[in-house]
Design a protein around this ligand. Structure first.
Ligand SMILES: Cc1cc2nc3c(=O)[nH]c(=O)nc-3n(C[C@H](O)[C@H](O)[C@H](O)COP(=O)(O)OP(=O)(O)OC[C@H]3O[C@@H](n4cnc5c(N)ncnc54)[C@H](O)[C@@H]3O)c2cc1C
Length: 503
């Protein structure tokens, strides 16, 4: 029986696990979070359950069905609080190339079957802050990566003040804690994600004083209006959009296009922001600046995929930083599939469709099989939807005009824009590794998850770096204690620790 490991239990991973089970594979579904559902279906803490957990969610009933089915299925092992911290080539199989790619199927290959993954996935299971996480190393036949994305935020003067949140963090607090990040909140950035964030803030009691989309109406129209028939498959989104529009009317939330928060002000925390109109490339238009009082700001300029594991597995990545996949969601590495936001930012429907295709093919099916035709059709629609999001809301280069020399770019290592530029100019280096070492940008606790793409753009422009390095390469994908790395030699390792090597 094919053993499929699915990493990530958001919409894409859940759909992948179900589809793989439908084809009879033995499935392990794991997620670093303590509940299934990913970023989209978040849960209230168990100590504070609410009868209406589904409030602020779309498709909660569908989620509950998926979860029930997987949890009740003896053929699916579900692991939560299970962090994959590394992926490496299998060393028991002499036929694996130095880059981790399969040269042939190895001793596990079956004539006529799809090529098997030749990777070992290292997992720590247990609460992140607990001392007794259990180490497991899993060698699946097929691996589905569905690790999602986190939101991308461009810097501006004052963005390091308390009270400035990523829109994703504000949404997570609203959905997962029913907490609003402030009383008078400005939401700004680019993309449709600003709308559910404003809705959740209003529902949790905040006064949203404005939603500011950086793109001008011309660009939004050029991205969304052509070929309207291609959007018919995404008709469900129209109802969601209508709900957000009604939310803006009901709570009197102004929605402004072609404008952005270009500075936040305050001493101990945010007290006000400067909002400016932008030109089509997001350069502030002189004389349009106005000050708005606010005690919180939520900013998001799109999403950036979580690529640590695909890169560690050796998957090819596109120039705009998504995992390259074929019609069956197969990556460039045999036996490794990818689905959801790591292959493109298309929203929950895209994640569900891609996940189902990935799980089906990982379990030995084909993208042309009748059982998966509905998902293949949905995938075509959602691919179009993802293209429109990028065309309408993608980041424009003029945002660097918001920065002054003192604006912190890397908040962990406190590297301001002026120093970053001056050090880059002084070293004349064309390699990202040496630039990171000399500037310290991206070397702090978040390991460049927040600032990495920004640092790359500011130091390397659009041309990339001579050493081919990217800030998404993190061979150790999550913090691991030295004792956990040391494994058996850990002094506080309790009895019962399991190291399961799947041969
Ligand atoms: C903070 C946030 C809030 C969002 N809120 C909304 C919203 O309200 N409305 C909306 O339409 N869209 C929202 N989105 C976008 C939406 O979540 C995505 O469209 C959708 O969830 C993508 O599904 P996915 O399965 O690809 O990824 P996700 O739902 O992100 O799931 C990925 C899962 O992978 C797990 N994972 C990642 N790395 C590892 C690892 N190394 N080991 C183990 N597990 C791992 C994560 O814990 C996560 O549960 C939000 C996105 C973010 C980042």
């Amino acid at each position: 029986m094919t053993e499929v490991l699915v990493v990530g239990a958001g919409p894409a991973g859940l759909a992948a696990a179900l589809a793989a089970r439908a084809r009879g594979a033995a499935v392990t579904l794991l997620d670093a979070a303590d509940e299934l559902g990913g970023q989209y279906w978040r849960h209230l803490p168990p100590q504070r359950p609410a009868a209406r957990e589904r409030a602020l969610h779309h498709g909660w009933a569908r989620f509950e069905r998926m979860r029930r089915e997987l949890e009740a299925d003896p053929g699916c092992e579900v692991l939560t609080s299970a962090q994959v911290w590394a992926i490496e080539p299998a060393d028991d199989d002499g036929r694996v190339g130095a880059d981790g790619r399969l040269i042939d199927g190895g001793d596990r290959a079956v004539a006529g079957a799809a090529a098997r993954a030749a990777l070992v996935v290292h997992v720590l299971v247990g609460p992140v802050d607990g001392a007794d996480r259990v180490a497991r190393s899993i060698r699946p036949d097929a691996l589905v990566l569905a690790t999602g994305a986190h939101d991308r935020t461009l810097p501006f003067p004052g963005w390091d003040l308390p009270g400035v949140f990523t829109a994703g963090a504000a949404q997570a607090l609203a959905k997962g804690e029913r907490v609003a990040v402030g009383e008078r909140v400005v939401v700004a950035g680019a993309g449709p994600f600003l709308l559910p964030v404003a809705a959740s803030l209003a529902a949790t009691g905040a006064r949203v004083v404005g939603v500011h989309e950086a793109n001008r109406p011309g660009r939004l129209a050029a991205g969304w209006l052509p070929r309207p028939w291609a959007l018919i498959g995404a008709v469900g989104k129209a109802g969601e959009l209508a709900g957000y529009a009604w939310n803006h009317v009901r709570h009197r939330i102004p929605y402004r296009t072609g404008s952005a928060v270009v500075a936040a002000h305050g001493t101990d925390r945010v007290e006000a922001v400067t909002i400016a109109s932008l030109d089509r490339d997001w350069r502030p238009i002189a004389g349009t600046e106005r000050r708005v009082e606010a005690d919180a700001v939520c900013v998001s300029h799109g999403f950036t995929p979580r690529l640590e594991l695909p890169i560690a597995a050796g998957c090819a990545i596109t120039s705009d930083r998504f995992v390259v996949v074929d019609a069956g969601q197969g990556t460039s590495v045999a036996g490794v599939y990818a689905a959801g936001e790591i292959t493109g930012i298309g929203g929950v429907d895209a994640a569900l469709a891609e996940g189902a295709v990935a799980g089906h093919v990982a379990a030995g099916g084909s993208p042309t099989d009748a059982e998966i035709s509905r998902e293949m059709r949905a995938r075509r629609t959602t691919t179009d939807f993802a293209g429109r999001i990028e065309a309408s809301h993608g980041i424009r280069s003029g945002w660097t005009a918001w920065l002054d020399d003192d604006t912190l770019v890397c908040r962990c290592e406190e590297v301001p824009y002026g120093r970053l530029r001056a050090t880059g100019d002084a070293t004349c280096s064309t390699g990202l590794r040496s630039l990171k070492l000399t500037t310290r940008a991206g070397l702090g606790i978040c390991q460049g998850r927040i600032c990495g793409r920004t640092v790359e753009h500011l130091l390397g422009g659009d041309g990339g770096f001579a050493d081919g390095v990217s800030t998404d390469r993190r061979p150790i994908a999550a913090p691991v204690r030295l004792a956990e790395l040391a494994g058996a030699s850990a002094p506080n390792r309790p009895e019962g620790h399991l190291r399961k090597e799947t041969p």
